[in-house]
Ligand binder design. Structure first.
Ligand SMILES: Nc1ncnc2c1ncn2[C@@H]1O[C@H](COP(=O)(O)OP(=O)(O)OP(=O)(O)O)[C@@H](O)[C@H]1O
Ligand SMILES: [Mg+2]
Length: 960
């Protein structure tokens, strides 16, 4: 993924986010208040999955706010709109229409910690940490950060924000040091960094509102650990895209300061990591990869090398199976390493006491938010300000200043047009919508309106001004998106982008999302309609955030979600003001009052609710890693988990000991552990538990315990007759089980795809248990009496998708062929790549599956990159996606070494639409990767040449 504008951190659409609906149902029940469902508004409306699993977020076809298409076809309406628009346009203060980026440029962020100073003696100064000044690296006597932006004036089309670092660590001297907001940011950051507990290396949780500036504190602590204490650091971030962004941002620091930045996300990461003799490593990991990394460090007795673990978005502990995995990471570190410091941060924590007890941590909090965020609620045409002091939490603020004709009222009953045209195009606006379909509809509706309104005879200048606003850059964006789509462009985006508007949801590929985010950050786009996937940890500049409805899919908003969404408005250093407007229907008024006045939800352990992915998987790995060997030690471990802290509240009927014993019993029954469970009283005299081979394979491969049996059976069956003429059979085996639950095959497509296979490939279908007659009958609508396994049928269907992808390497064509969104297709591919690498680790532990090792190594690589082989070395660089890799390759940058030795300025000149900031980051990341690879080889050489201390000769000479 390519780097974006400044500090743009994206929320994931990663494979790692997948959850089954069962999980969601369970995790929901763990949170208070219980989710409230929106009453179904139409027959046949399907329940919508929760937003945290975008790949399963199949949108309802229902348009929740009117049929916008009819809007454009109504001429009489147009006449009314024209009149109304006249008044509206007059009410807009054109004098305030300074260009968006000019506005941004006057907002002057400043940082107080690491100062990038002019001239050649740029020394890194950690003024707050106090104890870090002027580090020396191996390469340099004094520490310098070179920067191309000195004395450089911006060129036309160059975004001011392009030059800001995604990392929070750089400070620009020329920026406003006297900004009050900045000083206040620095104040709390200084206080936090100089806390006595931190000096004493106690664990710490800190919590500040969204955009409070938490990242900078974490990054300073990380550098301190790497450079002063000379220890490795693990940074856990919630999503793949955010990990990539951070690797990108911190690579240049690693190069200058002499530490390694290693990516652990998707299929990237080595287990255990290479032990570096000279340099320290910063591992930047997703929750899942962070877990495997910690396991591998414990297994090799190296967990003590980790000096610091930083967890961003700590509230994710309460989120389903990922929360359970995060809890496992932290509990294992707490139990096995007394020297590793843990730091967790979040904007949305409530029951901090529980978390403090779990992490044995101190707590720092502050209400500071550098940019004031005003919260409003809109009911009918009245806007109320959220006011804690008011009796019902709301005070009347104003009436919406926009006259709606009755027809327009019908088209846009929630006055979205009025709300957005108050801010765009001069300021940016995010509109959160409950579903993906809504995002597209709202974007189109607004554009249709703008089109009609601004071409009206009365306001020709205004019309031109609107479309002309950064017109060339919008054209470039369309061109880029077309390139990304290998010639195809989404028709909705084609219509909306000329107005500076786009939608953003998981149906887009990550390449597209990335490009749209960049354009939005740079002010080329002024409005994004988005789902909640853009809610957390994103640093996009929104002056106004509109919540289209208090729902995510069909579930009523939770306070945490609400806070994260509105927190995107008024980001420090990007905007100078921020406001949110929640659109509410009369019937939901009382619910919304509760929402704005209620405290944040508590964060509860998911270890127990996520039975197979949670407690069972934890206990299996405890025995596998020899962290705990018998039920008594395991119980002792469990007492130190968040579940242990909250157990009496979460499970009133059973004691922690009983729950632990029950889970161990299940593991023995499944053949994953060996040993005898005796009664609770005899526990002390109990013998050790042992992990079986299957158990070892399951935990090493991070396989969900719910599927380990099925996986073993399928692989065993494959040994008898794996069809290797093509990779279809192997692809079937690597199609993740959990993706099959939500798959609804289109039988005609199924049949067509099947018919196009050759006879050997068709045999695969029969071997796995899908007879041709079944597909034919389904396609012709006939009833089927025979019982067939839906999981197998869906799995084969999905493996057809993967097969097509590997053959064509064109997501657009494949998504069209299968009538699936391209985002979904890409997600399937990522999930299959990830599962394939898990299977590889599974097979490595089981002698009988030796033959799969070579096959899966190759297949994992093909699934991970799914591009022409020549682009793979370039795509290994963090953040370089296919379209960028292709541009680079076509321009002659064909290898990693080419990129690592490239001059960013030349890159900017040679590669279309590449900013300096991006060019610098690409080069830094490539340098880091090259250095990391070279050092790994050097370490290997040294290891090979090392003379063993226990040679027989050596032993002889030491004899008396
Ligand atoms: N000392 C400072 N002076 C000026 N701006 C700052 C300072 N520290 C951080 N910022 C800016 O504040 C913005 C928000 O910071 P950051 O991303 O760390 O917020 P956060 O607390 O992590 O919010 P969230 O909970 O939404 O992730 C960033 O654009 C950052 O550059
Ligand atoms: Mg943050």
């Amino acid at each position: 993924m390519e780097g974006g504008g400044p500090a743009v951190r994206r929320r994931s659409r990663s494979a790692s986010a997948r959850k089954r609906s069962r999980d969601r149902a369970q995790s929901r029940s763990a949170c208070s208040p219980p989710a409230r469902k929106r009453p179904s508004s139409g027959a046949g409306e399907e329940p919508q999955p929760a937003p945290s699993s975008p790949e399963y977020n199949n949108d309802s076809e229902e348009d929740m706010f009117g049929d916008y298409d009819s809007f454009s076809g109504n001429d009489s309406l147009l006449a009314q709109v024209d009149n109304m628009e006249q008044e509206c346009i007059q009410s807009i203060d054109l004098t305030s229409c300074t260009k968006n980026m000019e506005d941004k440029a006057t907002v002057e962020p400043a940082f107080g910690y690491l100062q990038l100073q002019n001239a050649k003696s740029k020394e890194l100064i950690f003024s707050a940490a106090g104890n870090i000044t002027g580090f020396r690296t191996e390469e340099e006597n004094h520490l310098r950060i070179t920067s191309e932006q000195e004395n450089r004036t911006l060129e036309p089309g160059d975004c001011f924000l392009d030059d800001l670092p995604s990392s929070q660590l750089l400070c620009f001297e020329e920026m406003n040091k006297t900004s009050v907001d900045s000083r206040k940011s620095s104040e709390w950051q200084h206080t936090c960094l100089t806390l006595e507990s931190l000096q004493q290396r106690k664990n710490l949780i800190y919590s500040l509102p969204t955009s409070g500036g938490k990242t900078l504190v974490a990054e300073i602590l990380i550098l301190q650990e790497l450079l002063c204490r000379q220890k490795d650091v693990l940074m856990v971030l919630p999503y793949v895209a955010i990990v990539q962004e951070k690797v990108w941002a911190l690579s240049s620091f690693g190069i200058e300061l002499g530490f390694l930045v290693e990516e652990y996300a998707g299929s990237k990461g080595r287990f255990p990591p290479i032990k570096r003799r000279m340099k320290k490593s910063l591992y930047i990991a997703t929750i899942e990869k962070g877990h495997s990394l910690v396991n591998s460090l414990i297994e090799t007795g190296r967990i003590g090398d980790l000096g610091l673990v930083v967890v961003d978005e700590l509230h994710m502990l309460g989120e389903g199976s990922r929360g359970a995995t995060l809890e496992m990471i932290l509990a294992k570190i707490l139990y096995t390493s007394k020297t590793t410091q843990i730091i967790g941060m979040s904007a949305t924590l409530n029951n901090v006491g529980d978390l403090q007890q779990f992490l044995q941590a101190e707590y720092y909090t502050n209400n500071f938010r550098p940019v004031e965020l005003k919260e409003y609620v809109k009911i009918q045409d009245s806007i109320y300000e959220v006011d804690n002091k008011a009796e019902n939490g709301l005070t009347f603020s104003r009436l919406l200043n926009f006259k709606y004709s009755s027809n327009l009222q019908k088209m846009d009953p929630d006055h979205l047009i009025a709300l957005v045209t108050e801010v765009i195009p001069n300021y940016s606006c995010l509109v959160f919508c409950p579903t993906k379909k809504n995002c597209e509809n709202v974007a189109e509706m607004i554009c249709k309106y703008l089109n009609k309104v601004f071409v009206c005879l009365f306001a020709p200048n205004r019309s031109r001004e609107y479309r002309n606003h950064r017109e060339n850059e919008k054209q470039d964006l369309i061109k880029d998106l077309k390139n990304i789509g290998k010639g195809s462009l989404c028709p909705v985006l084609k219509r909306t982008i000329p107005f500076g508007i786009a939608y953003h949801h998981s149906g887009l590929t990550s390449d597209e999302r990335k490009r749209i985010e960049e354009a939005y950050s740079a002010g080329v786009l002024c409005l994004l309609t988005c789902t909640s996937t853009l809610a957390a940890g994103v640093n996009l500049p929104a002056r106004r955030v509109i919540l289209r409805a208090p729902y995510v899919a069909t579930e009523f908003l939770k306070k945490n979600q609400y806070k994260q969404m509105i927190g995107r408005a008024g980001r420090a250093g990007i905007d100078s003001a921020g406001e949110s407007i929640l659109i509410v229907q009369e019937k939901d008024k009382h619910l919304v009052r509760d929402l704005v006045n209620s405290p944040l939800e508590n964060c509860y352990s998911n270890l127990f609710l996520e039975f197979t992915k949670g407690i069972q998987s934890l206990l299996l790995s405890l025995v596998g890693l020899k962290i705990a060997r018998n039920p008594e030690e395991i119980y002792h471990f469990m007492c130190g988990t968040l579940f242990g802290v909250q157990q009496q509240f979460l499970s009133k009927e059973k004691s922690l000991s009983a729950i632990t014993r029950e889970a161990l019993g299940c593991l023995i029954e499944k053949g994953l552990l060996k040993g005898k469970m005796t009664s609770e009283k005899e526990q002390k005299s109990q013998s050790n538990l042992e992990i079986t081979q299957l158990g070892q394979a399951t935990y090493k491969g991070s396989i969900d315990l719910a599927y380990c049996d099925a996986l073993y059976r399928d692989l065993k069956k494959g040994l008898e007759g794996l069809v290797l003429e093509s990779c279809l059979h192997l692809l079937y085996l690597t199609t993740p089980y959990d993706m099959t639950y939500h798959c609804r095959p289109d039988w005609m497509i199924y049949f067509r795809q099947f018919s196009q296979l050759n006879s050997v490939e068709q045999k695969v279908a029969a071997i796995v248990g899908v007879p041709e007659s079944f597909i034919t009958k389904k396609a012709s609508g006939q009833a089927i009496k025979k019982d067939v396994d839906n999981c197998v049928i869906n799995r084969l269907y999905l493996s057809f998708v993967l097969y097509a992808l590997l053959k064509e390497t064109n997501i657009w064509n494949v998504s069209e062929k299968f009538n699936m969104s391209r985002g979904y297709v890409q997600n399937l591919l990522n999930s299959a790549a990830s599962f394939s690498s898990c299977m590889l680790h599974f097979c490595e532990e089981l002698e009988e599956f030796w033959v799969y090792k070579a096959l899966l190594t190759e297949l994992t690589k093909r699934l991970t990159y799914c591009v022409k082989a020549e682009l793979i070395p370039l795509m290994e660089v963090a953040g370089v996606l296919e379209s960028r890799a292709k541009q680079l390759y076509d321009s002659g940058y064909k290898t990693l070494a080419h990129l690592a030795n490239a001059d960013p300025e030349t890159l900017v000149k040679m590669i279309e639409h590449l900013s300096r900031h991006q060019a610098r980051q690409i080069v830094s990341s490539a340098k880091m990767l090259l250095r990391e690879k070279a050092e790994a080889l050097q370490e290997e050489v040294e290891e090979l040449l090392k003379v063993p201390t226990d040679t027989p000769e050596g032993l002889l000479t030491t004899l008396p």
